[in-house]
Design a protein around this ligand. Sequence first.
Ligand SMILES: Nc1ncnc2c1ncn2[C@@H]1O[C@H](COP(=O)(O)OP(=O)(O)OP(=O)(O)O)[C@@H](O)[C@H]1O
Ligand SMILES: [Mg+2]
Length: 268
Amino acid sequence: MSTSSETRTAPPTENAGAAPAPPTVRGTRLTLAGAELGRPSSPVVSGVDLDVAPGEILTVVGSSGCGKSTLLRTLAGLLPPLSGEVTQDGRPLTGPSADRALVFQEDALLPWRTLRANVELPLAIQGLPRSQRRAQAETWLDHVGLADRMQQLPHRVSGGQRQRAQLARALAARPRAVLMDEPFGALDAQTRAGMQDLLVDVLHGTGATVVFVTHDVDEALFLGDRVALLGSGRLTAVRDVPHPRDRSAHDDPARVALRREVLTSLGT
Ligand SMILES: Nc1ncnc2c1ncn2[C@@H]1O[C@H](COP(=O)(O)OP(=O)(O)OP(=O)(O)O)[C@@H](O)[C@H]1O
Ligand SMILES: [Mg+2]
């Protein structure tokens, strides 16, 4: 798969087609203060204090069942906090919004719609006329390297290509935050590394805030400006990542020390 920026057009930050230029995407601040998360019958994490800055990439790691998806669903507005506060730019987060896109591990494309029609969907919901949404969907699909697959149905393309289409769909709607729940978990190591590079590439310049859940410690330390460690029942630590998004820093002593700390916290 091609992820080099020279072979791709710029994302549709400027005028795509005859449409007036869409507003520039800005990040958003997501804050949890003394929050207890979960369902009323089964609280999962309590005392969560976390502030995700506009434009930051925060990765979240933790063992299975510790509440990573619960945290993302809370930030998506799908699960109200049991107590404490969850705010977006200082205002209580009261429900889902197009401002905050969720990307799942499982394939969430509509199987009866082509890749292009899938990417067009959130733009249609935003009320964009057909010609504009088509032009923007095509630009985003081109940007994720799917220019020659736009007319395919999801089952006719590979898992990695479906993930790329999901990424295009999430970003086409110009969310101010992207909440990603192990989006590359089902991909082989090589495709996964390509997707990480692609994600960095397509996020560049959008200013979107990203919360990215992963089981993969190296993925967390490559992508994140900070990494949050979720333990049983609580947020145990939030650490700055040395040299984020720099593959050559893999063996940097500070990065190695943080990897060790994260692995220890995961009990591996
Ligand atoms: N729909 C639900 N109803 C009740 N409890 C749930 C529901 N979904 C998850 N839980 C419980 O909430 C806890 C946290 O689940 P969550 O899905 O947030 O974990 P996770 O960290 O994302 O795990 P994984 O790494 O396996 O995806 C678990 O104990 C789980 O059993
Ligand atoms: Mg989960």
